[in-house]
Ligand binder design. Structure first.
Ligand code: NAD
Ligand code: IPM
Ligand code: MN
Length: 358
């Protein structure tokens, strides 16, 4: 199979982890006889520095021409600590999502058994947890009108959803639930927010079409609690952009670390495959970032954008085997990890590559 992949490393550890992700793609192409070609483009802080824009036109053109995009992360402490900055790295990410129509962000929370002791949650609560989040990605308070009033002393953001926007993500979630354990939890704040009442109405209206799927509604505050109390009660979860952002960072603790969570952003055009984590300034340049979220994002790309199931399974299998062999990056090392098994980003990548070359 011939595919053209755009690598967009972005900022901070984004560059460190996508290097490993790309090596995994190259290894898969060799092993299975595919022809993958690559290009690279700028986004975020590095793009602002080079061009003045967080999403240069050239990057967008390359994105539209690619069969899939391997994305790293954006963000820089300079902007995090300067609320007055008008141009920000994150604008590049949000504009990319809007321009490419990436309205569905799939965030699978899968716990590798070997990582039971890497989480701060008790193993008996965690064992068997397997959740698929559908986070709406191009609407909500992220894209609603925002403004400063009163000479800058008052500010507002608008949480806004249209029926159409809710319908398309909810249908995707129902379809996925059908292929899994047929349970769908919709998360909102319908006891307070009008946009959430519309959300709930839409879910209720669609539910009869999927009578084989058991639907429940939870408020965001209760859902945040239940996720930690009893993660196994969830199968597929569908929610809005902001609630989904927060709940999935929380859910990363079910999988052991932010460094383990991959995601697929899909919609009308080219799919973007990216870890859920950010540019992690605190560990940038130290060579300790966990590359497995990027590696698992490659598996999602192979499966979802290219339909290459065996190839995707080979990647996930390699991650599983490396963890079974006891290798860990620092973030997922547990009390039983032998010190010589704690690897940096590149060494962890090499372990995965060796298995894929075998
Ligand atoms: P973060 O996800 O970058 O880091 C949170 C914590 O998790 C940090 O302690 C970090 O060291 C750890 N961590 C994250 N990824 C890791 C990995 N692969 N291996 C080991 N440890 C890992 O979130 P933050 O600190 O809130 O934000 C830092 C910057 O990243 C900000 O500028 C923010 O806007 C940006 N951000 C970008 C994205 C994205 O590009 N998709 C996502 C989240 C945050
Ligand atoms: C994510 C990030 C982004 C978001 C930020 C950096 C804009 O946290 O991809 O989860 O909030 O969507
Ligand atoms: Mn986030």
């Amino acid at each position: 199979m011939k595919k053209h992949i755009l690598v967009v490393p972005g900022d901070g550890i984004g560059a460190e982890v996508t290097t490993v992700g790309k090596q995994v793609l190259e290894a898969i192409a060799r092993k299975f006889g595919h022809e993958f070609t690559y290009d690279e483009a700028l986004i975020g802080h590095v793009a602002i520095e080079a061009t003045g824009s967080p999403l240069p036109g050239e990057t967008l053109t390359k994105m539209r021409a690619a069969d899939a995009i391997l994305f790293g992360a954006v963000g820089h402490p300079k902007y995090d600590n300067d609320p007055t900055a008008k141009v920000r790295p994150e604008q590049g990410l949000l504009q990319m999502r809007k321009e490419l129509g990436l309205y569905a962000n799939l965030r699978p929370i899968k716990l590798f058994d070997e990582l039971l002791d890497a989480s701060s949650i008790k193993p008996e609560i965690l064992r068997g947890a397997d959740i698929l989040f559908f986070r709406e990605l191009t609407g909500d308070v992220y894209f609603g009108k925002r403004e400063r009033l009163d000479e800058g002393n008052t500010a507002y953001d608008t949480m806004i959803y249209s029926k159409y926007e809710v319908e398309r993500i909810v249908r995707k979630a129902f379809e996925a639930a059908r292929t899994r354990n047929k349970r769908l939890c919709s998360v909102d704040k319908a006891n307070v927010l009008e946009s959430s009442r519309l959300w709930r109405e839409v879910v209720q209206a669609i539910a009869p079409e999927y009578a084989d799927v058991e639907v429940e509604h939870q408020f965001i505050d209760a859902a945040a609690m239940l996720l930690i109390k009893d993660p196994k009660r969830f199968d597929v979860v569908v929610t809005g952009n902001l609630f989904g952002d927060i709940l999935t960072d929380e859910a990363s603790q079910i999988a052991g670390s932010m460094g383990m969570l991959a995601s697929a952003s899909v919609g009308d055009n080219t799919g973007v495959y990216e870890p859920i984590h950010g540019s992690a300034h605190d560990i940038t340049g130290k060579g300790v970032a966990n590359p497995l979220a990027s590696v698992l994002s490659v598996a999602l790309m192979l499966d979802i954008s290219f339909g290459l199931k065996a190839e995707a399974e080979a990647v996930v299998g390699a991650v599983d085997a490396v963890l079974k062999a006891g290798y860990r990056t620092r973030d997922i090392a547990g009390p039983t990890t032998q010190p010589e098994h704690v690897l940096g980003t590149d060494a962890m990548g090499q372990q995965i590559l060796q298995l894929l070359q075998a």
